[in-house]
Design a protein around this ligand. Structure first.
Ligand SMILES: Cc1cc2nc3c(=O)[nH]c(=O)nc-3n(C[C@H](O)[C@H](O)[C@H](O)COP(=O)(O)OP(=O)(O)OC[C@H]3O[C@@H](n4cnc5c(N)ncnc54)[C@H](O)[C@@H]3O)c2cc1C
Length: 471
């Protein structure tokens, strides 16, 4: 089939893009808030549990460990600032799915998918209840998720998804009634399976809850190794050495302290814009009364949502991998990508051509070959780790933290019995193969989006061997 243009190939006036981005600053809109300091330790530290990494995974692990074992000494160390990384830069979509969507989970674990879906919803409900119980100011809103079709073939996909997931299918008139975009052809509304939060506030409030439970939190403290020393583990940092019994390794996309882990994930950069706060008049032009999280349905998709102060956070589409698996802040400021994102924003909401962007930022996403988390134990069962959330970790990190604690406690639970937890994904090949494979896959996904969704031989082969990506 010949390539076809998508709605996002429409021309947008370059002067509008220039104007809209001219005043934007580089950095996450969420991290523009006062943050308490947690100075590094001034002397060697001894503890029962050391959590390495101060994002959601580490903070939920510490918080829940303090709940399970109030008598134990628990320490969190963070190389930079609490929540500065993915946990302070994401879209704030808290999705119930633990498997990067129903379809991905069902294709990998058909016998387990009902349990996985139930555990995912239980996790989302549990997170909501815990946030309320602890009084965490996270701007939690259980708004649900609206998936929209912007191409005719995506309408069929939404119809199929509606049958599988029991979402509410919306025809063109109904979806436009929710949010006014000339690009929408249909929608699928799932009221229960998604909330939105302020991501940085979630991280900072979790750190506060940890401190309230007696957890010691240290920033600017980078672990450099994990050594076994008899019954103890020794963790040298760039300051003091920490002696502990157990470790949760919650370092996400950053180079793992366990070398064996390094081939399992690659950093893929995701880019985001935030608008200035909109006026009531600007808001009226787009509707969006129910403030749902929104995602469009191509392989290369956008995700967007409103903030409490009525900005639109608009991200996704380009997912960029750089040769060599490196995480490097130099990859974040990509003028071409921000201009493309801005263009897609104005194609979606042409009536907002007087809205300007205030922030632009990016972050590396810890991606594995099955597109959802994998776990393991190391150092004779004293180190638990989790990696590979692949862009859907705001909710799943809480579940993942519980899995890590179950594994360290040697418990057999509904979580640890899961095949998803017991089995590892295939690793990525070393360079240059990784780079060649990932770029070919990206190219093919873009072609599929431009060919009414038809997948080429490479994508079909990857699907057949369980490596296929399907948004
Ligand atoms: C741009 C973007 C948008 C996203 N949008 C969404 C979304 O809308 N919904 C969703 O569900 N998911 C989203 N995600 C994914 C989600 O943000 C992550 O899956 C989640 O935040 C992972 O949390 P974490 O604690 O595992 O990792 P992180 O937040 O990355 O935390 C890991 C921490 O470990 C620290 N660290 C690393 N090495 C060391 C060391 N040696 N010593 C000490 N500390 C160390 C790092 O400094 C870092 O702070 C998005 C991600 C990005 C980048």
């Amino acid at each position: 089939m010949r390539d076809v243009e998508t709605v996002f190939d429409a021309h947008v006036d370059p002067a509008l893009l220039d104007r809209s981005l001219a005043q934007s600053t580089s950095g996450s809109v969420w991290l523009d808030l006062p943050r308490p300091d947690h100075p590094p330790p001034s002397r060697p530290v001894t503890c029962d549990l050391l959590v390495i990494g101060g994002g959601y995974t580490g903070l939920w692990s510490a918080l829940h460990a303090a709940h399970r074992h109030p008598d134990r000494r628990i320490v969190v160390i963070e190389a930079d600032r609490i929540g500065w990384a993915a946990s302070g830069r994401n879209g704030g979509f808290v999705d119930a799915s633990l498997t990067h969507g129903f379809h991905n989970g069902k294709s990998r674990w058909p016998n387990e998918i009902d349990t996985l879906e139930a555990l995912g919803l239980e996790n989302l409900d549990g997170m909501q209840a815990e946030i309320a119980e602890l009084g965490l100011d996270t701007e939690w809103q259980r708004t649900g998720m609206l998936s929209v079709a912007t191409e005719p073939h995506q309408v069929d996909w939404l119809e199929q998804a509606a049958e599988e997931t029991q979402g509410q299918l919306l025809d063109r008139v109904q979806v436009l009634d929710e949010v006014h975009s000339p690009t929408y052809l249909a929608g699928l509304y799932s009221p229960d399976t998604c909330a939105i939060v302020n991501p940085a506030k979630l991280a900072l409030e979790l750190a506060r809850a940890c401190r309230d439970r007696g957890v010691h939190v240290y920033e600017h403290t980078t672990a450099t190794r994990i050594d076994s020393a008899g019954a103890a583990l020794l963790v040298p940092t760039d300051g003091q050495t920490i002696t502990c019994r157990q470790v949760v390794l919650a370092t996400n996309v950053y180079p793992s302290l366990l070398k064996r882990n390094r081939l399992f994930t690659v950093p893929v950069y995701d880019y985001v814009l935030a608008t200035e706060s909109m006026t009531e008049a600007q808001l009226d032009r787009i509707g969006w009364q129910r403030r749902q999280g929104i995602g469009d349905s191509a392989n290369q998709f956008h995700y967007y949502r409103l903030t409490m102060d009525n900005r639109i956070v608009w991200g996704g589409y380009d997912a960029v991998y750089h040769f060599g698996r490196r995480v490097n802040s130099a990859y974040e400021d990509r003028r071409d990508i921000y201009r493309r994102l801005a263009a897609h924003f104005f194609i979606t909401f042409p009536q907002l051509d007087d809205v300007r962007f205030s922030h632009r930022w990016a972050g590396p996403i810890d991606t594995n070959t099955r597109f959802c988390a994998h776990w393991g134990l190391a150092r004779e069962g004293r180190v638990a780790y989790v990696n590979g959330f692949t862009g859907l970790g705001v909710g799943a990190t809480r579940f993942a933290a519980d899995v890590c604690l179950d594994l360290l406690d040697g418990l057999e639970t509904a979580r640890t019995r899961l095949e998803m937890v017991r089995k590892k994904p295939l690793p990525f090949p070393p360079e240059p193969l990784a780079s060649v494979g990932i770029q070919a896959t990206r190219w093919s996904l873009d072609r599929a989006d431009h060919s009414a969704g038809r997948r080429n031989i490479l994508l079909r082969t990857l699907d057949a061997v369980g490596l296929g990506f399907d948004s």
